[in-house]
Write a new protein. Structure first.
Length: 318
């Protein structure tokens, strides 16, 4: 099955759409070998067809009618050829900067992730084959993201084989997200990594796990797709799905979650730090609720497999 993204997504700075682009939209992308004068050639055929006929006493001769028919037939044939050929033309990525190429591949992955997660009114996947392929073979969250990137063409076959899904998609040393607003501004096609952290006193750095607790792929509009998202409190235990990340809870630069408080509103001002976690003390001798703290980082999926940042980390690693 051809999973290539519509060529209109190469327009850098705009997220891709699942709706098929029109011919006019496709022709704006930098194409390898695409004719530059298509529109003028089609216009010329139209003009030729029209100018070959002249009205005489309000009627058109048989020869002129035949000329019009031939011109329209040729025009229709050219249009059909262009329509069938354009989707198979590859974008000329050599005309793009490295940053634009990276964004192009990120948009490819985000579009595939989004389409694979689409569901009907009954909650059933609209693209069942693609949806199930991301969660088959005993895949966990990072495996599903890696497979999504490969199936979308965002990473090559050779890199797919060499990349360790658990450690090479995103690292704790990648760019950190400290709050909901920063998360909202992460572009589509970035890998999100959630790393468990032990909160320490303000005079000491936190201890951060070197391997992610959970991994997702951003799809734009403050959303992300992933598999086994139940650990974030807002998703299901299994299945590829797209989630609204505005539901995540943040406190002092950390994403916080507790299986004991799924879906509950909390007063962040009541949280205290204890034994590396945030604790919400409950009145009337009820059991206190412990919130785990997570450091969240992101990296373009097009950079999967790159070496972790060499910059000195301000945090100890677990």
């Amino acid at each position: 099955m051809d999973h290539r993204i519509p060529l209109s997504s190469i327009n850098v700075g705009a997220s891709t759409s699942s709706a098929p682009p029109s011919i006019s939209q496709r022709s704006t992308a930098p194409l390898q070998g695409a004719p530059r004068s298509t529109s003028s050639a089609l216009s010329g055929l139209c003009c030729l067809s029209r100018s070959s006929s002249t009205e005489t006493n309000g009627s058109v001769s048989a020869e002129e009618t035949q000329g019009q028919s031939i011109g329209q037939s040729v025009l229709s044939g050219v249009h059909s050829c262009i329509t069938s050929c354009l989707p198979n033309l590859e974008p000329n990525l050599s005309n793009l900067t490295p940053e634009q190429r990276s964004e192009y591949y990120c948009n490819q992955a985000a579009d595939y992730a989004r389409r694979s997660a689409e569901r009907d009114s009954n909650g059933k996947p609209l693209n069942k084959k693609e949806n199930e392929s991301l969660t088959s073979k005993g895949n966990v969250c990072w495996d599903a993201v890696k497979d999504c990137a490969f199936k979308a063409g965002a990473i090559s076959k050779n890199r797919y084989k060499s990349v360790d899904a658990k450690t090479d998609l995103v690292a704790s040393s990648d760019r950190r997200i400290n709050n909901a607003n920063e998360l909202r501004n992460v572009p589509p096609g970035h890998t999100l990594g959630f790393f468990e952290a032990e909160v320490a006193k303000s005079t000491e750095p936190p201890r951060i796990a070197t391997k992610p607790f959970h991994v997702m792929l951003t799809t734009g509009d403050n959303k992300a797709a992933g598999h086994k998202n139940g650990c974030l409190e807002i998703g299901n235990p299994s299945g590829w799905e797209e989630l609204d990340l505005s539901q995540l809870k943040w406190h002092k630069g950390y994403f916080i979650a507790s299986p004991e408080a799924k879906g509950k509103e909390i007063d962040l001002s009541r949280l205290t730090e204890q034994n590396g976690h945030f604790i919400l003390a409950e009145p009337n001798n009820k059991k206190d609720v412990y919130y785990k703290a997570f450091v969240v980082t992101h990296r373009p999926i097009s950079e999967a497999g790159k070496q972790p940042s060499n910059e000195a980390s301000t945090s100890a690693q677990m």
